[in-house]
Ligand binder design. Structure first.
Ligand code: NAD
Ligand code: AKB
Length: 321
């Protein structure tokens, strides 16, 4: 029995994490986000509440009043939205994280999960198998706030002995809730367009290689990390995780096997320079050694599963005559 708080629960990750937590935990999930209306499926074990993580008092109250055991802090401003409003990114990503960490200490939370990102790497890092202990400086506000966040996780662990755990997610691929705020989102959008029979205009160059992972693997890895014995978690900043890397052109070719008519036009925008500052792949050795990280989906299986699911969904909306 554990009471769980999720911040940013209506986003791409939060809305999927809820189902994974429901399958493995009993207790109540307090799903929170800044929006007044919830878009979540109703479930007797899930209670929705409005929470702005920038508001210290609100964060303290929700954790204290509901006897929260574990926090999954997902509220964040991602890379593309961050460049449009760096001040907002700073406040949500850093003030929000400090508020969650402080309240977790004062209210006796047992475990905290806060994801980091490949965005913590900057252009100077080696492109292939970027090492977890990166010596590089991120150039986006998203990366800067997330890199500082990672240091705060370790600081709070060392100073207050709070069990904070983190994964540096790569671009996450999923079909349930569309990503709208990042740089890796093109991949989801391209698969969706191919499945619905439309052509696609891609905002990255065709040869931009980035590390990625399918959502079920990201969620299983998160739960795996969170249930591993504390003594196995040697890394208290954040673990590198990824499944595969590909370029937009390679994804286009993969999709053409499922829809031979599919076409992509490449028109890079401001997100190109963000993508160019990130590595092509990252070294996952520590995650394998410490808690047996083992994703199961390769690119082919991911693309085919997402394609079929998008097809099913569009057939439901437009049933064949
Ligand atoms: P998202 O943008 O889909 O969701 C973020 C949620 O945070 C949104 O629902 C938004 O309404 C909410 N939010 C924004 N400001 C808030 C505030 N002030 N108070 C409370 N809620 C607020 O993002 P996501 O993809 O679900 O990302 C979740 C976490 O995973 C983030 O920490 C992100 O950095 C990390 N991550 C995601 C990816 C990915 O590909 N999706 C990759 C790497 C890391
Ligand atoms: C983004 O593109 O901003 C995210 C991420 C890799 O952190 N998907």
């Amino acid at each position: 029995m554990a009471n769980i708080l999720i911040t940013g629960a209506l986003g791409q990750v939060g809305s999927e994490l809820i189902d994974f937590l429901l399958a493995s935990y009993s207790g109540t999930i307090y799903a929170t986000d800044i929006h007044k209306e919830s878009t979540l499926k109703s479930n007797p074990s899930v209670k929705y509440a409005v929470l702005d993580v920038r508001n210290r008092e609100m964060v303290e109250n929700i954790i204290g009043e509901n006897d929260i055991d574990e926090v999954y802090h997902l509220a964040s401003i991602l890379s593309a939205s961050g460049e449009k409003d760096p001040y907002m990114a700073y406040n949500v990503n850093l003030t929000g994280t400090v508020n969650v960490l402080n309240a977790s200490v004062t209210r006796g939370v047992k475990k905290v999960f806060i994801p980091s990102t490949i965005g913590v790497f900057g252009p100077e890092v080696q492109k292939e198998k970027a090492p977890r202990r990166h010596a590089s400086i991120p150039t986006t506000i998203y990366g800067i706030t997330k890199a500082a966040g990672e240091m705060l996780f370790q600081y709070y662990y060392n100073k207050y002995n709070i069990d904070v755990r983190s994964l540096r997610y790569p671009g996450l691929l999923s079909y349930k809730v569309a990503p709208t705020a990042g740089t890796t989102d093109y991949a989801v959008d391209m698969i969706k367009h191919a499945a619905s029979g439309n052509s696609y205009e891609c905002y990255l160059k065709d040869d931009t290689r980035l590390p990625m992972m399918y959502m079920p693997d990201a969620m299983n890895s998160t739960l795996h990390l969170m249930t591993a014995p504390a003594e196995n978690i040697r890394v208290r900043t954040s673990y590198n995780v990824m499944s595969y890397s590909f370029t937009p052109r390679e994804l286009e070719n993969e999709l053409r096997e499922l829809n031979p008519e599919f076409r992509v036009v490449y028109k890079p925008d401001f997100r190109q320079s963000i993508a160019d500052s990130w590595p092509w792949s990252i070294d996952v050795t520590d995650a394998i050694n410490d808690w047996e990280f083992k994703p199961v989906f390769d690119l082919k299986n991911t693309v085919s599963d997402m394609f079929q699911n998008y097809r099913k969904f569009s057939e439901k909306l437009n049933p064949p005559d």
